[in-house]
Ligand binder design. Structure first.
Ligand SMILES: Cc1cc2nc3c(=O)[nH]c(=O)nc-3n(C[C@H](O)[C@H](O)[C@H](O)COP(=O)(O)O)c2cc1C
Length: 435
């Protein structure tokens, strides 16, 4: 079965190599494909050696912030006085992002193996995989795989005869986007309301049940076992010359491309290669207008800006946005930018945990102003009001949910002012939002 489209570059595939191959889902199937070799190799190394190898590979967190993974692991205390925990973030609720879901769906043992490597490295005997509540089929697949991993000796009291205990608990979320934020996630696992915690203390010092904890994304952990099996040098070489952004990355591409889906490419691949070659470009008769490159929480890039934009952490920052989770929302010339950013603001307003005033009031107020503009009741001053609100929503709250709402709105006003003006001058009307 070709997955997901004939143009998908299988030769670059590390994480997605077995997507679409149902035989890779079982424990035996995963072992037949070279699975669990990375974990076995890790167990023969010291914890420090595993961390050093991951550090040397250049792997950075794939959950959004791009923090170096080996360094994050090294923050965990060396002595295990209190229990240590590894939390795998499988909440994936960001609009436009659907890559972790694919790992869970096709290669659950790839994730379990990566989790076990991470747990061993940080001295954790217990892993929690926090899976988005709506991932019903993936939850079923994962739970079955965990049972098989226990039976096959990859989890339990004596992992592959090493004398090391590693247990894994699958914890189901209940549909709140905010629980993807790492400290809200820990509260949720503890049975509390999923509100982000103030940092410091950082999770490596006081995380789950006030014990040292590391939180990593599904894709990050999945990559770690490949790094141990093949070596840091192999991983580091998977890039187009930028040593700060190494390895492969899964991109979820949605919106107005002809072939939406998940694509794995080496870091540094030109964004235009992904959008126009792999994804087939725009629908017939349409041209590209804009892309939100990192989920929905980052500034919008115009068609002009994506020319020459390299898909790695630095390449996207250079163009004024961020790589984020690697979820790309592609918009063609039929897109109403004002309507699209209103829909995003509405999402953030709905998902705000409401702890911080700037976020609770700011996301709701931003939505109301955008709705008002779309309904033909906008005023010239509204644009400055939106920018002022965005300023108060950026860098001033416990977590970055309100920053995430502000970023696409500010970039839309700055890069597509004529679309706002058209509504405010009543030259344009929308049937989608009424007063
Ligand atoms: C509102 C919000 C939602 C988030 N949702 C996710 C998510 O669904 N998955 C994820 O991996 N990280 C998410 N993050 C980032 C996590 O807090 C954390 O940085 C990440 O899981 C760390 O893993 P990494 O170092 O492997 O990237 C979110 C952050 C915020 C502020």
């Amino acid at each position: 079965m070709g997955y997901p489209h004939p143009t998908h570059p299988k030769e670059q595939a590390v994480l997605s190599k077995h997507f679409g191959d149902a035989g890779a889902r079982t424990f035996d199937g995963w072992v037949k494909r070279g699975g669990y070799e990375g974990l076995k190799k890790a167990l023969g190394m010291t914890r420090e050696q595993v961390i050093e190898e991951v550090k040397a590979s250049g792997l950075r967190g794939r959950g959004g912030a791009g923090f170096p993974t080996g360094m994050k692991w090294s923050f965990m205390p060396k002595d295990v006085v209190k229990p240590h925990y590894l939390v795998c973030n499988a909440d994936e609720s960001e609009p436009g992002t659907f890559k972790d879901r694919e790992i869970l769906r096709w290669t659950p043992h790839q994730l379990i193996e990566g989790c076990a490597v991470g747990a061993y490295a940080i001295g954790a005997e217990r892993i929690y995989i926090y899976i988005r509540g709506e991932f019903t089929a993936e939850h079923k697949i994962l739970v079955k795989a965990v049972e098989e991993a226990y039976q096959g000796g990859a989890l339990g009291a004596n992992v592959f005869g090493s004398g090391k205990r590693i247990d894994l608990v699958v914890h189901r979320g209940a549909g709140a986007y905010i629980c993807g934020e790492e400290t809200a996630m820990m509260n949720s696992i503890e049975g509390r309301r999923g509100n982000p915690r103030i940092k410091p203390p950082f999770p490596a010092v006081a995380g789950l049940w006030a014990s040292p904890t590391t939180i990593n994304n599904v894709e990050t952990l999945s990559a770690s076992s490949h790094i141990i099996r093949e070596g840091a040098a192999w991983y580091k070489a998977l890039c187009r010359g930028n040593p700060k952004s190494t390895g492969t990355k899964l991109f979820s591409v949605c919106g107005h491309v002809q072939r939406p889906g998940n694509y794995e490419v080496v870091m540094g691949t030109p964004m235009t290669d992904l959008v126009f070659d792999m994804c087939g470009g725009m629908r017939p008769g349409r041209t590209l207008k804009a892309v939100i490159p990192g989920g929905s929480s980052v500034p919008i890039l115009t068609a002009k800006e994506i020319e020459g934009c390299l898909l790695d952490y630095e390449g996207v920052v250079e163009k004024g946005s961020m790589l984020g989770s690697g979820g790309m929302i592609v918009m063609d010339d039929s897109t109403d930018i004002v309507y699209q950013v209103m829909r995003l603001a509405r999402f953030y307003a709905h998902e705000s945990c409401a702890q911080c005033t700037q976020c609770r009031e700011g996301t709701a107020w931003t939505t109301r102003i955008l709705e008002r503009i779309l309904a033909g009741q906008g005023k010239k001053e509204d644009l400055n009001l939106l920018l002022d609100l965005a300023d108060n929503m950026t860098g001033k709250t416990i977590c970055v949910l309100s920053d995430s709402c502000a970023a696409p709105v500010v970039s839309a006003i700055k890069k597509f002012p004529e679309e706002f003006d058209a509504y405010i001058s009543r030259a344009r009307t929308s049937s989608l939002v009424t007063a």
